[in-house]
Design a protein around this ligand. Structure first.
Ligand SMILES: Cc1cc2nc3c(=O)[nH]c(=O)nc-3n(C[C@H](O)[C@H](O)[C@H](O)COP(=O)(O)O)c2cc1C
Ligand SMILES: Nc1ncnc2c1ncn2[C@@H]1O[C@H](COP(=O)(O)OP(=O)(O)O)[C@@H](O)[C@H]1O
Length: 281
């Protein structure tokens, strides 16, 4: 299905919506979207702490148009007022899709029973979606990412965890003493714990195998950096937007006694990452 944009679609045409926060756009959320049918849309109640898929990037993960409502603006509405707002916004709404734990209205006082009472159309309630026996929730995925357990995070997301950043100037040491890297400024996204990761880097829609260091450069100037080395390719241009997809953690961040020792370790990291990708595909 082609991607729809909420800007181009008339809300009057929407007959089904999925309701929730949808920060993860994870496997369970995708299961909800499967119930939407042809004229469906996603209603995303946007909170300040969305950092897995910040608002600007969410549309990439669904072909259904996404309409955003700020939690701040609706959190004091009663359940009745919230449903009235939804009905006003989507006058031809026939179906609402939610998960088993969906609650709404001031202090989240209303849940599934109240939704069924207040909305006269069809209410589809999706049972808790699990994978490997683990319930899929954005907060669980955040915890895996914070722990550097990228494999588990990815398996709950149903895709690789991806961050977007802009290129910034590094220390100028990389090309001279170690390997060339693209230094990035990352805002809005939750970052995995400090360490070295097997990643793919997307620049100008081209995807490259890469190894990414993320953390305090304890061996050099101690500053915090997210920097990625593209494997087997010298990239010299400047880019406005760089995307990093995380696949696996290679090792912890470490302080080395000399630049030489760090350089040797970086070579090992590169070889491990190459091996990872040669096995992964
Ligand atoms: C694969 C890789 C692994 C790295 N591992 C560490 C590390 O364990 N400890 C550390 O202090 N710096 C580490 N660094 C960061 C280097 O210190 C950094 O590349 C160097 O300071 C050059 O930075 P620049 O690109 O800003 O000039 C690593 C860099 C890369 C590319
Ligand atoms: N594991 C799950 N199984 C079924 N439905 C879920 C699950 N996780 C979230 N949902 C549903 O998806 C919608 C968005 O929920 P949200 O609170 O944003 O998800 P999360 O729990 O990941 O933060 C809600 O209707 C919610 O009930």
């Amino acid at each position: 299905m082609k991607k729809s944009s909420s800007i181009l679609i008339n809300k009057k045409d929407i007959t089904a919506i999925a309701l929730g926060g949808f920060d993860g756009m994870h496997l369970a959320h995708q299961k909800l979207f499967k119930h939407l049918g042809e004229k469906g849309a996603i209603v995303s109640i946007e909170s300040e702490y969305a950092n897995l898929t910040p608002k600007t990037y969410r549309q990439e993960y669904s072909s259904y148009p996404i309409y955003y409502y700020l939690l701040e603006n609706i959190k004091n509405l009663s359940g009745q007022e919230f449903i009235s707002l939804i009905k006003e916004e989507f006058p031809n709404l026939k179906k609402i899709v939610v998960g088993f734990d969906f609650c709404f209205g001031k202090n989240r006082k209303n849940c599934i029973n109240e939704l069924k009472e207040l909305f006269k159309g069809e209410v589809v309630v999706v049972d808790e979606v699990k994978t490997h026996g683990i319930a899929i929730h954005s907060r669980v995925i955040r915890d895996y990412i914070k722990d550097g357990n990228i494999k588990m995070a990815n398996s709950l997301l149903g895709r690789e965890y991806k961050i977007f950043g802009t290129q910034v100037k590094g220390q100028g040491l990389g090309s001279k003493s170690f390997v060339p890297t693209i230094n990035l400024n990352i805002e809005d996204f939750i970052l995995p714990t400090e360490g070295v990761y097997a990643t793919k880097t997307i620049i100008n829609e081209e995807e490259y195998d890469s190894v990414t260091f993320l953390g305090h450069r304890v061996t050099t100037d101690g500053s915090f950096a997210v920097e990625t080395h593209i494997l087997g390719k010298e990239i010299i241009n400047k880019f406005s937007l760089v995307q990093i997809k995380f696949y696996d953690k290679i090792r912890e961040n470490k302080k080395f006694d000399s630049f030489e020792a760090l350089k040797k370790q970086i070579e090992v990291d590169i070889n491990k990452t190459k091996e990872f990708f040669s096995k992964a595909v």
